[in-house]
Design a protein around this ligand. Structure first.
Ligand code: BEZ
Length: 202
């Protein structure tokens, strides 16, 4: 299988962490893929008309997207993995955590495009502030929900690790650790996992 991804994308990172958590590295080649909201990647477009990463091309040639679908598919290759717990309450807590993390990433990536891609004269500060507000409010929820243990490292917490890594990478000045000691300490421990260490954004 081939994973269309790159080392900067926090959504691709979710899939890259799940691959390593499940020991699927030997079955999946990671293709370094350039994406941009303004320059179409025509090769990727043949597989994913949305031209977004991650996308996963299966052995039969079919391609899956987005990160949620791909992570669930990977989990099915190793059923019983803790990434998507089976008991209903735990599963939906993990899925809600994934939605929270994806929402933070959506807002942060929009700010990234607004500030790094959109011409300066067209930037809209109130809109940027609105996205940042979502990020900070959601980080406060993560702080409140952070457990003292790094387990379970389910899809919700994998998403949270991708959030922390992406904010460090693109928005160090936002200082997400400030006032969030539990989440900061949790992330420091989680960074020692091979799956997280090997997929640090670059
Ligand atoms: C980034 O470079 O920040 C980025 C790359 C791919 C997807 C989203 C964000």
């Amino acid at each position: 299988m081939k994973l269309w991804s790159n080392s900067a994308s926090p959504f691709a990172r979710k899939a890259r962490i799940v691959i390593r958590e499940l020991g699927l590295e030997a079955r999946i080649e990671e293709l370094d893929t350039v994406v941009s909201p303004v320059n179409p990647n025509t090769e990727l477009a043949q597989r994913n008309p949305l031209m977004k990463i991650p996308a996963l091309t299966l052995d039969d040639g079919a391609t899956l997207y987005d990160s949620r679908v791909i992570c669930e598919y990977l989990n099915e290759l190793n059923p019983g993995s803790p990434c998507f717990p089976r008991p209903l309450d735990a599963r939906y807590a993990a899925l809600r955590g994934q939605a929270l993390a994806d929402g933070i990433l959506d807002a942060a990536v929009l700010v990234r495009y607004e500030t790094a891609v959109r011409p300066e004269a067209l930037r809209w500060q109130e809109w940027i502030d609105g996205q940042k507000r979502k990020v900070y409010l959601a980080l406060d929820v993560l702080e409140a929900e952070t457990a003292t243990s790094e387990e379970p490292f389910d899809i919700g917490w994998i998403g949270a690790a991708c959030v922390a890594g992406y904010l460090d990478f693109r928005f160090p000045a936002w200082d997400w650790r400030s006032g969030r000691p539990r989440l900061s300490a949790w992330y420091e421990r989680v960074c020692e996992r091979r799956s997280v260490a090997e997929t640090m954004p670059r």
